[in-house]
Structures are given as C-alpha cells and as structure tokens.
Write a protein that binds this ligand. Structure first.
Ligand code: NI
Length: 394
C-alpha cells in the first residue's frame, strides 16, 4: 500500500474526531472563528507555524521543508451553510439552522491531517507547503479567497501552484474525478423587483398585479437558455426565490425574484445578462409595471492547469490505485472561489468520491440529509501528501 495512505490510516481516528467536532459546531462564512481556532490549536500543538485571521477568519499553516525549494499550497474551505441538518447523526449540528451539508468539515479535517503528516516528514521536503484554510467559500460574490489574497496568502514565500479537493456523492469511495480543462462555471446572481400597483382582490382593473407580471417574467426568462444561447455551450438560469403578496384578497404591489446564472464562457455570460434585462424590461413595460434589476457577477469560471492535473492523476493512481481516476469531459456548473487562485497561479481542483455504501440513502450536497462516507478522510489526506511528495521531493 502507498506509504502516505498507510500513514493517513494511522491518523484515521483523529480525522474522524476532527471532522465530527467541526460538524457539530458549524459556522457560516466570515464567522468561522471557533472552527479556525480549533484547527489552529491542533496545528500549533504539533509545532506547525500558523498565521491566524488572514483576510478575516482565514488560517494558514506553513510547513518548512529541510531544504529550500518551491512553495506549493493546499486549500480547504471551513464554512457551513444556512440549512437545518436532518441526518439524525449523534454528531449532528448543535446550531439550529446551520450545518455542514457540503462536506467542508471533511475538507478541513483532511488538510489538518496532511499538515500533521507533512510536518512529521518534513526532512523529505525541499521547499515549503502552505495549508490554506479559507473562509466563506459559500459567500459569493466576495467569497473568502479574495480577502486572503489581499492579505498576502500567496506571498512570502510566493506560491508556485495550488491544489484543492471537494468530496462528492457523484463518485464512489476510492474514485477521483478531475476536469482536464475548465472545471467550474461562472456563477452570477440576478435580483429582480417588479413594481406594480396593489389593490383590492375584487377590483383588478384598478391595479397592476405584480404577481401576474412576475409570473410572465419567470416563464419568459426560461426562453433564454432554450432559444437564445447556443445548444453547444451549457448555461443555466435558476430562480431560487419568488416572493410576493400579503393576503388572499389583496393584489400585490411588488414581487421579488432572486436567480442564479451559470455560464462557462464570457460571451454566453454577457448574453445571459443582456437578455435577462431585455426580457424583464419588455414584459414589465407590456403589462404596465416597472422594475429594478441588480446583476451581480459572482465567482469567475475555474480552469485547471494541465501540469497540475497531471500531478493529481499521478497522485490518485499512487494512493487509490490504477483506474481510480475519472477524467471529466464536462465542467461542473457549480461555482467555486478557488477560481480566484487559478486566475493568479497554476493549480488544479478535483473531486473525491465520498458516496455512502450500499443500503444508505445518499442525498446531494446542500440537502439537509447530506452525508459522506468517513473512509474518504484518510484518502484525501494521503492524496494531498502524495501531491506534495511529487512536487517537492528532495
Ligand atoms: Ni462546497
């Protein structure tokens, strides 16, 4: 068995313990204070150099190898989501309405594991490893990466390449997925307010019904992807919030729509933005209403670098075995602010299979019942370490 996998297995109980602790005390983006200090305490007690409060609640652990060399960064995210957990686990979230239903608890535990093993093996390392625990991955448009970059996370020493992983129920345990090029989409937000004129439910002729106008807007917006964008390039417009109304016999004066837009190229991204505004303007005008629209550009698309993809594939084959890698032909339309790192330095983002075993109901990420197979924890730790060995061997 691969020696990193063996070493990571000896840490298994600690990894599970860490993951469950973080899981039990989840914190939302920009508020990962207890999470960061919990991780900092573990790292500090092993003699690892740490820097706290980087760009807010971010944490950086630095492992200095026995001889000089390049600097490679590994990244995990720490934030939870505003979701009521319904896994029924003994270590379920103790904070009502906040939970780790995206697996960031596992990412943080895996990276601490890697830091501990790399520190122990630092005599074999030529160069420096920066373990970056980032805040607020789930908080576009700002996110947690940009404040950390502004606070110098990529400097002193400057980082040559960066890697990150995300657990996924889409792959079975022991499999790794990576996109050779474009890995993730741009994710933007559109907030639309329809301004009508309210009144009595019995006298619609005296009103401009904001709910009716919003309904037409919702339907018309869905024509953009089917009729305006090219069928060869993916694009998504999802309306996550539609809010209006006061009472069954009152015609609403305003309605609010909150939408996400996912695209993978700048042309389609601009086209979506333009068509949304044209449709909202046209429909509201035709129906005698007015509108306010705010389009917020979120995370940019994330494109993996060929050389780093090659490193991940090699590391996966070493740790998980041959034919463990699935090369993803299409990008995921999720958004990730890891993209901000990839705009500046080479790197790669990959998916690590964490699907529950047979007999367990698997829910997708962000679902209140989302759960993962904890056997993924030492695998993630070992792959991180293997990548560093390949990059920084003495
Ligand atoms: Ni996530």
């Amino acid at each position: 068995m691969n020696h990193w996998r063996q070493q990571a297995m000896t840490l298994n109980d600690r990894l599970v313990q860490m993951r469950r602790h973080i899981h039990r005390y989840p914190e939302l983006g920009y508020k990962e204070v207890k999470t960061a200090s919990y991780l900092a305490e573990i790292l500090r007690s092993e003699g690892i150099e740490i820097r706290e409060n980087v760009g807010g609640t971010g944490l950086v652990a630095t492992i200095i190898g026995a001889s000089p060399g390049r600097t490679i960064a590994l990244r995990a995210d720490m934030d939870a989501l505003p979701v009521y957990e319904k896994t029924g686990k003994s270590y379920s979230s103790s904070i009502p309405g906040v939970s780790h239903v995206c697996g960031h608890d596992a990412h943080s535990a895996m990276l601490v594991g890697a830091a501990l093993l790399l520190q122990k093996n630092r005599r074999q390392i030529a160069g420096t490893v920066k373990c970056i625990f980032q805040a607020a991955e789930e908080c576009p448009p700002l996110g947690g990466v940009r404040p950390m970059i502004e606070d110098g996370v990529l400097d002193n020493p400057s980082v040559d390449a960066i890697y990150a992983l995300h657990v996924t129920p889409d792959l079975p345990l022991g499999k790794l997925g990576i996109a050779p090029g474009l890995a993730m989409a741009a994710s933007d937000r559109v907030e639309i307010k329809i301004l009508g004129s309210g009144g009595h439910g019995s006298a619609p002729q005296q009103t401009v019904d904001a709910i009716l106008v919003a309904s037409h807007v919702v339907v018309a917006l869905q024509s953009i992807v089917s009729r305006n964008t090219t069928p060869h390039v993916p694009a998504v417009l999802s309306i996550g919030v539609a809010r209006a109304g006061y009472r069954y016999n009152v015609i609403a004066d305003t309605a609010f729509l909150d939408c996400t837009v996912r695209t993978i190229d700048s042309h389609t991204r601009q086209l979506m933005q333009d068509r949304i505004e044209q449709i909202v303007e046209g429909v509201t005008m035709a129906m005698g209403a007015r509108y306010e629209l705010r389009y917020t550009a979120g995370y940019p698309p994330a494109a993996n670098y060929a050389a780093q993809v090659e490193q991940v594939v090699q590391a996966a084959e070493a740790v998980l075995g041959e034919s463990s890698v699935k090369l993803l032909e299409r990008p995921s339309l999720t958004g990730e602010d890891f993209a901000h790192f990839l705009e500046r330095i080479p790197g790669a983002f990959f998916w690590l299979g964490s699907r529950l075993g047979d007999g367990h109901k698997q829910h997708p990420a962000h679902h209140p019942g989302f759960d993962l197979d904890e056997a993924v924890l030492p695998l993630g730790t070992a792959i991180f370490c293997q990548i560093i060995e390949q990059e920084l061997s003495r």
